[in-house]
Design a protein around this ligand. Structure first.
Ligand code: FEO
Ligand code: CA
Ligand code: CA
Ligand code: CA
Length: 629
């Protein structure tokens, strides 16, 4: 059934030609500023954008940009307050928190016990991350990832001790799908909505695509390798033009352990971080599929993108193996001009890769698009110095692997085989709705230039990863040749190199669009609004000391892709990460995720007093009721 997506799709996705001519103006001007500044060139780090430096006439000083800005707000100073700070003329409120019951017959959140397995199965999960808003018949349905749990908050003793503790922990993971409604300018959840659904680490799912039925996916409980249970550690997200939600499994390895301490860990498990020791979740205590000594194929059944129909609570989620198995961050879906579905994805670990999927089938409005993500080509990115790069297809010939199925299961090893470029932890990818241009946060990488990745691939300093021991992160962007997302060749540059110009005068000061007034570290969440402005969320160091002095709590900023100007829009409460972003259909509300406030024990967000901190989705609106992006 055709759906009405409420977020903006790339114009190509809607069958509209991109309304921006393919000029090089903004790439050139940013490149020029980056190159002319702070010792990047002198230090030997070559920005790929050098290839674009041609027309100095395109360059405008940042100070000249204030009068014609597209921001619509005054920047917010950094701070370390235990609340959310938004610009003058804006306000915010909490929509939903970890533990809020989604049905009226479910128990209210109990701050003493912090809930039970049963109450958590009927309540909003913990650590909300990526999210999308869907609309049907005038009703708004929010799908939200619940990435992991803060054990020191979820459990009074700080760790799971009983079977019910594990049940609660598993139920606090996954995805929460909840109807929300606005009354008197305030959004809240609609209890008992027929759309409300909890997807947890135990929800039945189908395994689809090339790896379905492969020997590496067969287990005692599923001898055919076609059906599995649950999703966990879903980080960023995606949404499709046909109205489905994509949850992206990231650090899935953290939940496995071995009852046999002498079990040998092979290179494939090693590459994905699968190890012997329990990392604190304790799931193998009650569910032996998390014991790799007993069920050695179980870890091969996690690390995928899960497609969910948020408007059909009876639907079975599908693990789409065609998109590969790695520590997925998000999935940015665009449509190529011929209707093929292109999905850009990052693998968030130090020295891992960036990927592109291109569907075999074509999207047809109102057609049967249900399984477009089951068959297609998978590529990994290779960046060259000098501002050029290419997508290299992961085929049996190129990788030396036996089949498409094996490539989809051991995707990291396949990408290593084609010598893809090791990146500084690719987080969210976002495509500009105004032109064929894609951005990815490379959040940080202390190992850059010092240690290889987990597969032994070198991590040389250079290209889109220009700093050794990268503490602050950067945002890379690329433009496919001919403005065609199917093109295998692209041009790239760095949109911003984060840093601290108040402390450093070398490359750690950041690129020229970083100032003492807008500085930040560790860009992570990323999304474009309908005006083509780039929203940047951070998951960085919040010490506000040393190299991070003056940067305050984690935050959200807005960047103008054309000028490079970046302004801080919001500051989160203490010890949170800001992650997850969605707009209401009328663009008058911006929903933002506040994840793990007080993860070190120093926040009472959002309820104040001496309350327990709780991850929350908040709504931000203008006081004059105007649009936000
Ligand atoms: Fe869950 Fe890469 O952040
Ligand atoms: Ca993230
Ligand atoms: Ca992160
Ligand atoms: Ca996080």
């Amino acid at each position: 059934m055709p759906r009405t997506p409420t977020d903006t799709l790339a114009p190509e996705a809607l069958g509209i030609s991109p309304d921006f001519p393919e000029t090089e103006t903004d790439f050139e001007s940013l490149a020029e500023r980056a190159l002319s500044r702070r010792g990047f060139v002198a230090g030997g780090a070559v920005f790929g954008a050098a290839a674009f430096v041609a027309s100095a006439g395109a360059l405008r000083p940042l100070s000249a940009l204030a009068n014609d800005s597209r921001f619509g707000f005054d920047p917010v100073p950094a701070n370390t307050l235990d609340t959310v700070t938004v610009p003058k003329g804006y306000r915010w409120h909490v929509v939903v928190r970890w533990g809020d019951p989604m049905w009226s017959n479910a128990a209210d959140f109990d701050p003493e016990t912090r809930g039970t397995g049963e109450s958590q199965e009927r309540a909003f999960g913990d650590n909300n991350d990526g999210m999308s808003l869907f609309m049907k018949d005038g009703r708004n349905v929010l799908a939200v990832n619940n990435e992991y749990i803060n054990r020191n908050i979820v459990y009074a003793s700080g760790k799971p001790e009983t079977a019910d503790d594990v049940r609660k922990g598993k139920a606090a993971h996954g995805v929460s799908i909840v109807e929300i409604a606005r009354r008197d300018s305030t959004w809240s959840i609609v209890k008992d909505s027929p759309y409300n659904r909890r997807i947890t680490a135990d929800t039945p799912m189908d395994i689809t695509g090339p790896a379905r039925g492969h020997d590496l996916l067969k287990t005692a409980a599923d001898p055919k390798g076609e059906r599995t249970l649950g999703t966990w550690n879903d980080c960023g997200n995606g949404r499709t033009p046909w109205g489905t939600y994509l949850a992206c499994e990231e650090n899935f390895d953290d939940y496995f352990s071995s009852s046999d301490p002498s079990l040998e860990i092979g290179p494939a498990f090693d590459r994905y971080g699968i190890g012997l020791k329990d990392r604190g979740y304790g799931w193998a205590m009650t569910d032996e599929r998390f014991d790799i000594a007993k069920h050695p194929n179980e870890p091969n059944r996690a690390g995928y993108i899960v497609e969910i129909d948020p408007l059909d609570p009876a639907s079975t989620p599908k693990k789409r193996t065609a998109l590969g198995r790695f520590k997925h961050e998000n999935a940015e879906v665009v449509l190529a001009a011929n209707g093929r579905v292109v999905v850009y994805m990052g693998d968030d670990e130090r020295g891992e890769f960036m990927y592109r999927f291109v569907s075999d089938g074509r999207y047809v409005v109102g057609g049967d698009n249900a399984d477009l993500l089951d068959s297609g080509k998978l590529f990994a990115a290779r960046f060259a110095d000098g501002g050029r790069g290419e997508w290299v297809e992961l085929t049996p010939e190129a990788t030396g692997m036996a089949s498409a199925a094996e490539i989809r299961i051991h995707t990291r090893l396949a990408a290593s085989a084609v010598k893809a470029t090791t990146m500084d932890r690719p987080e969210w990818v976002a495509a500009n709705p105004k032109k064929a241009e894609v951005y990815c946060c490379l959040t940080n990488n202390k190992n850059r230039g010092k240690k290889p990745n987990a597969g032994g691939d070198p991590t040389p300093v250079g290209g889109p990863n220009p700093r050794a021991g990268n503490l602050y992160g950067q945002i890379v962007r690329w433009r496919p040749d001919g403005g065609d997302h199917l093109a295998n060749d692209f041009a790239w540059d760095l949109y911003v190199v984060a840093g601290n110009p108040s402390v450093h005068s070398d490359a750690n000061a950041g690129s020229s669009n970083v100032t003492p007034d807008n500085m930040f570290n560790s860009p992570d969440g990323l999304a474009f609004d309908s005006n083509g402005m780039l929203w940047i969320q951070t998951d960085g160091k919040y010490t506000d000391k040393g190299g991070f002095a003056g940067q305050g709590n984690n935050q959200m900023l807005v960047g103008d892709p054309a000028t490079g100007e970046i302004r801080r829009f919001m500051v989160g409460p203490k010890e949170c990460e800001v992650t997850g972003i969605a707009w209401s259909p009328d663009r008058r509300t911006l929903f933002v995720g506040i994840q793990h406030p007080g993860e070190e024990g120093n926040s009472h967000f959002p309820d104040g007093g001496d309350s327990l901190p709780r991850s929350s989705v908040i709504a931000i609106a203008r006081e004059d009721g105007g649009r936000i992006g």
